[in-house]
Design a binder for this molecule. Structure first.
Ligand code: PLP
Length: 411
């Protein structure tokens, strides 16, 4: 039975407000007070960043990690530590935050975009393999919206060729792949604690150094601190090559300690809600729910499904409007277009007045190079998920999507 859409004057599906909650409380405040009482906010002198990393390492089962000022910084540090340099090629995803790309360009390396699986929205290993050249130095996989990439084939092709694998886990806290945590699978795992991620320190990031090798850890650590080698009581300031200052402060570390304690609950709740929405959307005409990568466990930073537009009498814009009118906030797609359509790539300008490092490179940024990724962004609808939502909120989201789809479905 079709129900008249709220957009057309019918009843509104979502009548109760969505669940809300406080992300920060006395735990964070107490940690911050302790940080201030140290009389220093410098990570190397205080104990908060150290404790934050120790807690993170324990949770992730890793030996070494480095704190940074952002997720973008974390990825740059991993690239720098991996030795990515002038003229190297780095394969990555065309649907991501630009923070994935900035470090690649700052190292004067060239991003190469691999196509995605049409249902998991993560990098297709076959596409990655086709793009490998003798210049490929690293692969930055993006576990989009908390869904893991299909890591086994990617790790295998990388290891056999000496290519480094960096995991962008900014949207993927406690995401698992075949039982293992995303961020511990490649050579480096990069996390963001910006204010929009599963946990927040205002801004901040973490890089795991998965080789467990002390000298790799020292290299990564120094790359986040101007290449100062600050270990124990000695500081070595010899500069062999440049590195930025991406240090985390004690204030961020303090908040991070308290936030980490909430992470299990945040991720398990989001996992449950995301799985429930997918189950609820099955069989609804013209709706293509996302797929979790086989062997994966997704922690849903957001929930994104696709419309089969040829089976609908409306455009995606109208669908989104109708869904919003039912009381379910949403947006069309994620980023407006694939990353390589940005003027930076179209005009091959990483730096004003220069085409470096693109000149002489035959890497393509033409429309159509990643058809699945382009199609995902043309047909996707994103609804936010929050750990503060109630079970009822989740059912209302499903009911609203079903109602709008049934109204506009051709069949
Ligand atoms: C948020 C995000 C980043 C960048 O993190 P910042 O902390 O904002 O610098 C990188 N990659 C992805 C996939 C992200 O979602």
């Amino acid at each position: 039975m079709k129900q008249k859409l709220a957009l057309l004057g019918g009843p509104i599906t979502k009548m109760t407000p969505f669940g809300k909650g406080k992300r920060f409380g006395l735990e964070e405040a107490r940690q911050l007070m302790e940080a201030l009482e140290q009389n220093t906010l410098f990570y190397h002198f205080g104990s908060k960043v150290k404790q934050f990393l120790a807690d993170f390492n324990e949770m992730y089962g890793v030996k070494y990690s480095v704190a940074t000022s952002s997720g973008t910084a974390a990825i740059h540090v991993a690239l720098g530590a991996a030795g990515v340099t002038v003229g190297d090629e780095v394969i990555t995803s065309p649907i991501t935050d630009q923070g994935t790309l900035i470090g690649i360009l700052y190292q004067n390396a060239i991003p190469v975009f691999a196509d995605l699986n049409p249902d998991t929205y993560t990098m297709d290993p076959a596409s990655v393999e086709r793009l490998i050249t003798p210049r490929t130095k690293a692969i930055v996989v993006v576990h989009l919206a908390g869904n893991p990439c299909d890591m086994d084939p990617i790790l295998e092709m990388a290891r056999s060729r000496g290519i480094k694998v960096i995991e962008d886990c900014a949207q993927a806290y406690l995401t698992r792949y075949k039982g293992k945590l995303a961020g511990t699978l490649g050579d480096y795992g990069c996390f963001s604690t910006n204010d929009f991620k599963h946990i927040s320190t205002g801004d901040g990031g973490i890089v795991t150094v998965n080789s467990g090798d002390e000298s790799d850890y020292h290299t990564a650590h120094a790359f986040a601190d101007k290449n100062y080698r600050r270990f124990g009581t000695s500081v070595q300031r010899d500069l062999h090559y440049i590195a930025p200052n991406y240090r985390m402060t004690e204030l961020q570390g303090a908040v991070g300690i308290a936030q980490l304690k909430k992470l299990n609950w945040i991720c398990s709740t989001r996992n449950r809600y995301g799985e429930r929405i997918t189950e609820g959307l099955r069989g609804i005409p013209a709706i293509r729910p996302p797929a979790v990568t086989p062997g994966g466990e997704c922690t849903y930073w957001f929930y994104m499904f696709r419309l089969e537009l040829d089976r609908l009498t409306c455009s995606r814009e109208t669908f989104c409007e109708a869904l919003a009118a039912e009381g379910v906030p949403n947006r069309a797609g994620y980023i407006p277009d694939v990353c390589y359509m940005q003027p930076l790539f179209q005009e091959r300008h990483a730096y004003p007045g220069s085409h470096f490092p693109f000149e002489g490179s035959s890497v393509s940024y033409e429309r159509g190079i990643c058809p699945n990724a382009e199609e995902i962004l043309r047909t996707a609808v994103q609804v936010p998920i929050s750990e503060f939502y109630t079970e009822e909120d989740v059912e209302d989201i499903i009911r609203a999507i079903r109602k709008v789809a049934l109204w506009y479905a051709k069949d």
